[in-house]
Ligand binder design. Structure first.
Ligand code: PEP
Ligand code: MG
Length: 824
């Protein structure tokens, strides 16, 4: 019986029957039969009911390929009618028989005849009177009596379940969960073991692991004189094992309990899965009615997969494969407790996962001040700029009104591991009033607590309950198995010692991108950078850079030490210089004070540096060529740090990367400068070292000319953020303005800054990679844009023969898992 013809439930029941479990007689209808029923072609009912002989009651359950796709609810007690009511009254007592009949009429009326549920809400009433009302109501509504023929009841149940599956809302719901548009439904018809009646009778559900953690623990409920899953919700149901909260099946019926445990063991081993088993005890005999995968959180899924592999039930590779890559991010960040109430203020774009709460602040300075006081702050900005980095670092979470998934706030948030929501377009920031106004008109003042959920994009009022990231032993074990199968390298993008440490802890294989400009925004350095920018001559510029040199050298020493033995790829200065200058008058006045210059000079200099389109202007290697002192200082700092670390007994081969290259000549020009500095440092120190030079492929021209460019370098690293920006001609910082509308109208299938555009940008990557290999067969190829940590993109990069991807440190475990799944 194939699950893609009959569904997972039917397949599972067949296996339980083969395992000789006491499963009542079961008949499975396949997808085609159910489709025919939905079209009104009923199968031969006599053939369907024949195997059940004189079974008094039947149940029908849905059986789709994946249980998560949902489906119509199970319908139990088909066959219940006046005659059987009488019979059961004699064996099980009037109360039980009436309750059963009443519940069936309710279910049938609402789910099958689709009558108004209110008309069948008897508000907990029971007894013969209520039964009479129910039958009369049915007759009044339908103009015919409640069907007494079990075959009629069954065929109506089958028809209604088949039609429900074809309905628009069911279709949309399951497609949202990944079901294909033509997903089929199977139906399982089963004789019911009576849970009401003489002797020990009842029904329950048991599972052997905890749904939250995956740890071994027997949970479930059992209710005497009941059918189906009632026990799970009923007051007074028994616990299964000894429990201080009340009596347990284990004590009341140890034999049955032992049988259930034995069946659980067999199911685990032979079905290779932790199952939740539905059972009925009928006059003292145990029947297994159904078994489904234990519902589970991601944390539990990991624990269960690892435990199954460790007890040799499944191979390790299969354990690695079973985990949903998209879901594991939830394991690496704090989350809003899904069971806690949430007061939603607004929604933006989920930009950096994890949740945090803190007092609302509107400036980076306030965020830092709050951190100094030991208070958590949520930094709310229109958008962030490099000047906000320290504030973002100090903040517990960040919320911006503008921006998309590769805006400054988003990239920095992910790099720092700070939860971040961007593009909250309905938000009004009233700095003067020290408050923000939510789209629904709610006003939140500075100092009031809010929660940002960077995993969902939600912003909540007040302090939501958070859960810690459960990066537990099972997850670590799983990742170590993943690494054994992986065939593409995973590095991390890391700018600071803290990032590097996280990268190391998450077992990244090196740093694939250290964005050095972030180092110039810290502390006193931004002042020096401004001084350097204002220097009138090359000599003055060198003088300021000489003061920055020891700090920069120390930055690299620390990165090399933390990553010792692993490669560290340092990208030379990239942004346009104006990013270091203040944009408002107050800032310019401060700068004039600091540099003892007339305000007019400062304003003039800022204006002179202003570009119409700075992202396409004087930045990256262009700056390296026209203001060579910066790259010279950085190269010297890298080499001197190398010497210091080598002298300390560690080995390091630094990698130096040039951003925004578009022509081979640019590389050659900078290369000779850097070579000269390497020779000078070697001569001065007497220490031999090598380095690897590479370029970032971020412009379409660099991809097209990769064969040429690759000849002068050891590696090419594709910066898919800029490459996407330049391929689309779409500013990554402004995309958030219209992207939501584009996505809502399906103009773009996805945000290309988030999901790699394989058709367009992908073609450039493909051309670039192939041409680079033509020009320089042993050149190393990598990707260091935000797409580097994305599972589908990794599949594409791997297929193109890339050697490694580099992503935010927090994405490293996800990337390790995704890459392993591709190789298994
Ligand atoms: C890129 O452009 O993909 C990249 C990694 O560089 P940045 O994001 O710093 O521009
Ligand atoms: Mg870039």
């Amino acid at each position: 019986m194939r699950p893609d013809v009959f569904g997972g439930r039917a397949k599972c029941l067949q296996r339980l029957i083969r395992l000789k479990m006491p499963v009542p007689v079961t008949v499975a209808l396949g997808f085609d039969a159910v489709r025919a029923i939905a079209r009104g072609q009923m199968p031969d009912m006599a053939a369907i009911v024949f195997p059940f002989g004189d079974a008094p009651l039947l149940s029908v359950r849905p059986s789709s390929l994946d249980p998560d796709w949902g489906g119509p609810g199970a319908i139990l007690n088909i066959g219940m009618c006046d005659a059987l009511h009488q019979k059961l009254t004699a064996t099980a007592g009037e109360a039980a028989a009436t309750a059963l009949y009443l519940r069936f009429i309710q279910t049938y009326a609402i789910q099958v005849a689709r009558l108004n549920p209110d008309a069948f809400d008897f508000d907990g009433r029971s007894g013969l009177d209520t039964l009479g009302i129910a039958l009369a109501t049915f007759e009044a509504e339908m103009d015919e009596p409640f069907p007494q023929d079990p075959a009629v009841q069954l065929s109506e149940v089958l028809r209604s379940m088949a039609r429900t599956w074809e309905g628009t809302s069911a279709r949309l719901l399951r497609q949202a969960k990944g079901a294909p548009s033509d997903a089929g439904l199977g139906l399982v018809v089963q004789a019911m073991a009576l849970g009401v009646g003489a002797g020990d009778s009842g029904a329950g559900v048991i599972q052997f692991v905890d749904s939250q953690t995956g740890a071994p623990r027997i949970t479930g409920r059992y209710l005497g004189q009941s059918q189906g899953r009632e026990a799970m919700v009923a007051d007074g149901a028994l616990f299964l094992t000894r429990d201080p909260r009340g009596p347990a099946l284990e004590q009341q019926n140890p034999e049955i309990f032992a049988q259930l445990q034995a069946f659980g063991q067999i199911a685990r081993k032979r079905l290779r899965e932790e199952m939740q088993i539905e059972f009925t005890i009928s006059n003292g005999a145990l029947h297994i009615i159904d078994a489904v995968r234990v519902p589970r959180t991601v944390q539990a899924a990991v624990r269960i997969a690892v435990d199954l592999a460790q007890s040799d039930v499944i191979p390790r590779a299969e354990a690695v494969h079973r985990i949903d890559v998209q879901a594991v991010t939830a394991l690496l960040h704090r989350q809003v407790d899904p069971t806690a109430p949430r007061d939603l203020i607004m929604r933006g774009i989920a930009a950096s996962p994890g949740a945090a709460h803190g007092k609302l602040v509107l400036t980076a300075e306030e965020a830092q001040a709050a951190a100094m006081r030991g208070e958590a702050a949520i930094l709310v900005r229109r958008e962030t700029t490099p000047e906000d980095i320290r504030g973002m670092h100090a903040a517990a979470g960040v919320l911006t009104q503008r921006g998309g998934v590769t805006s400054h706030a988003a990239v920095v948030g992910r790099g720092l591991g700070v939860p971040c929501v961007v593009g909250a377009t309905g938000l009004v920031i009233d700095r003067r009033g020290a408050r923000v106004i939510a789209p629904d008109g709610r006003v939140i003042h500075v100092g009031e607590v809010i929660t940002v959920d960077g995993s969902t994009g939600e912003v909540l009022a007040g302090e939501a309950n958070l859960r810690e990231a459960p990066l537990d032993d099972a997850f670590r074990t799983l990742l170590s198995w993943a690494d054994a199968s992986r065939d593409i390298g995973i590095r991390a993008n890391a700018d600071t010692p803290r990032d590097a440490q996280i990268a190391r802890d998450f077992a990244a294989e090196g740093i694939g991108l250290c964005r050095t400009e972030h180092m110039f925004f810290e502390g006193e350095r931004i002042g020096m950078m401004r001084e350097m920018i204002f220097a009138a001559t090359s000599g003055e510029r060198r003088e300021v850079l000489d003061r920055l040199l020891p700090m920069q050298r120390q930055d690299f020493v620390r990165l090399f030490e933390i990553m010792h033995g692993l490669p560290v790829c340092i990208r030379l200065f990239d942004p346009p210089l104006h990013e270091f200058l203040p944009s408002d008058r107050a800032g310019m006045r401060d700068l004039a004070d600091g540099l003892s210059l007339p305000l007019a000079d400062v304003i003039a200099r800022v204006e002179a540096l202003t570009e119409y389109n700075p992202m396409l202007g004087l930045r990256g290697v262009r700056l390296g060529i026209t203001v060579p002192e910066i790259y010279e200082m950085q190269a010297r700092a890298i080499f001197e740090a190398t010497v210091a670390v080598v002298r300390g007994g560690l080995s390091v081969t630094p990698e130096i990367m040039l951003p925004l290259v578009s022509a081979r000549r640019e590389v050659q020009t900078v290369r000779s400068q850097i070579d000269a500095i390497a020779s000078a440092v070697r001569a001065q120190s007497g220490v031999e070292f090598t380095y690897r030079l590479g370029v970032m492929v971020e412009t379409p021209r660099a991809a097209l000319r990769a064969s040429d460019i690759a000849q002068d370098v050891a590696f090419l690293s594709f910066g898919t953020n800029d490459l996407t920006q330049m391929t689309y001609g779409l500013s990554r910082d402004d995309a958030g303005r219209f992207m939501p509308a584009y996505l809502a109208d399906h103009v773009f299938p996805a945000d290309p800054f988030h999901t790699l555009d394989i058709e367009g940008v992908g073609e450039l990557l493909q051309i670039g990679a192939a041409r680079a290999k033509q020009g320089h067969p042993s050149v190393t190829l990598s990707v260091c844009g935000e797409h580097g940590g994305n599972a589908e993109a990794i599949a594409f990069f791997r297929a193109q023969g890339f050697d490694y991807v580099s992503c935010s440190p927090f994405r490293v475990p996800v990337a390790r898992l995704a890459a392993a799944q591709l190789a298994i």
